[in-house]
Design a protein around this ligand. Sequence first.
Ligand code: NAD
Length: 346
Amino acid sequence: MGKIRIAFFDAKDYDRNSFVKASEDGEFEITYFETRLTERTTRLAEGYDAVCVFVNDDINRQVIDALVVMGVRLVALRCAGYNNVDVEYAYQKIHIVRVPAYSPYAVAEHAMALLLTSIRRIHKAYIRTKDFNFSLNGLTGFDLHGKTVGVVGTGKIGRIFIDICRGFGMHVIAYDKFPAEGSGIEYVSIDELWQRSDIISFHCPLTDENYHMVDANTIAKMKKGVVLINTSRGALIDSEALVEGIKMRKVGAACLDVYEEESNVFFHDYSNHIVDDDTLARLISMPNVIVTSHQAFLTEEALTNIADTTLQNVVDFFSQEYCKNEVCYKCPEVDTCKQQHNTKCF
Ligand code: NAD
């Protein structure tokens, strides 16, 4: 086979830098498109072997059908989560590969950075001292030492976040659909986690089952003043219920690296525009809410790993019978997924 042709969607400068460096050996012909992959932009993939996409590209049924008609054989996600791909519909039509881990440290450390910024009011202090305002009024925080943190999802990122929290002398409890036996983690039911936690951090994938797991009902079960940290996926939290929870003084602070409607705004500069999303605007206006725009992954180490693994996935797919980072909707069922038996998913 000649050069593998890749249509690269939602390309940012930092993506291009890391992928240009990782593809220097010339095995690939990569075209970088700034636009996201949607029904309207799919035709840009005409003549390519693979598309490379990120968290807010929408790989729905129409996009999958169009890619298949054009002869595109592979969707290479340059991220871990694949909730933006209709994997069930893609089965037996187009293959999906992803980067299961690139730097779990990047995300876990960002979660702690958000927490510390929020509870020690660093975001406020930074702006004040820039304006030579050295007053301390309104900047009172609280110690993390001795507080109970509830971690939802104890995979790669969740466990690193747990280690960081333990370093601060916090008491850690956790909920996971598949608890890790012998891990020394204190697992509790999700209701107990809501009730006992001073701080709750989300590190599980978004699935149909946990969509809006934080809503008005669950917020009612939480401690008054609870701090919520979401570096996972926005739709784990019902944003309007969060706004209400903050207005009622039930939720003490929210640290959000993800937002359920983020695909319309995140990664773009709207500083000269009126943002149409009233819920996001309300959240950003609140002094106890910090929003970063899906930035948790963004470290040098993570970008290098993402580029290296994505391109290796593409090479493996086109040159071998098996690609260890392929995903299909059957993968969780060990007995039915062929990929578990060292072959492609279909
Ligand atoms: P992982 O697969 O290693 O761990 C996920 C954990 O969640 C597993 O232990 C799994 O058993 C658990 N889980 C699955 N369904 C659950 C449910 N319904 N309730 C509770 N727990 C459940 O994944 P990871 O690498 O630790 O990543 C976690 C999430 O972080 C990803 O799914 C992704 O959404 C998010 N992420 C965000 C960024 C960012 O830049 N903000 C970057 C990478 C990953």
